[in-house]
Design a protein around this ligand. Structure first.
Ligand SMILES: [Zn+2]
Ligand SMILES: [Zn+2]
Length: 161
């Protein structure tokens, strides 16, 4: 699913952050990289590098190979546009928009790869407390709760009789 042209101000802010980083690193500006960044920002949900390449090709960027997309990923992450997300079965890695979004964690179905986002203020506080107890100053965390989603559980129940 690709989001329509909403949040475009936010997207422009995200892109200027990317351009700033490109300048700072003295890299060349690249139209392809910008297209990749726009596509990643507009992608609804979680995506693999292959997903992004597919959408870009469908959008007319014919030389959008996964390898090309893959090379841009570290820069997009460093600029804070995207962040890693849990991978589904058989996938290496998924990503999602990070810019302008609130923090959330994930439930992952190990059968079908469904990703559910959740936010638990209680859990967030508890993490802070645990870190503090160990003398840690928390910077970030990645929660990935793995299991079987309700439709996969239902399918299991059905086949069992
Ligand atoms: Zn499932
Ligand atoms: Zn997510």
């Amino acid at each position: 699913m690709v989001r329509a042209e909403q949040n475009s101000d936010d997207d422009e802010r995200a892109l200027s952050r990317l351009r700033e980083l490109v300048r700072k690193k003295e890299l060349k500006n690249s139209q392809v990289r910008e297209r990749i960044a726009r596509c990643a920002l507009g992608y609804e949900g979680h995506f693999t590098v292959e997903d992004l390449a597919r959408v870009l090709r469908a959008g007319g960027l014919r030389n959008a190979h996964p390898a090309t997309v893959y090379r841009s990923i570290p820069l997009l992450m460093e600029a804070g546009l995207i962040q890693p997300a849990p991978a589904g079965p058989g996938e290496t890695q998924r990503y999602e928009r990070a810019f302008g979004r609130d923090h959330h964690d994930h439930l992952v179905c190990t059968r079908c790869g469904q990703l559910v986002e959740f936010h638990s203020p209680t859990l967030e506080l508890l993490q802070e407390e645990i870190a503090k107890n160990y003398g840690f100053c928390l910077e970030s965390h990645l929660h990935e709760l793995r299991g079987t989603c309700s439709s996969c559980s239902r399918a299991d129940g059905a086949s069992a009789g």
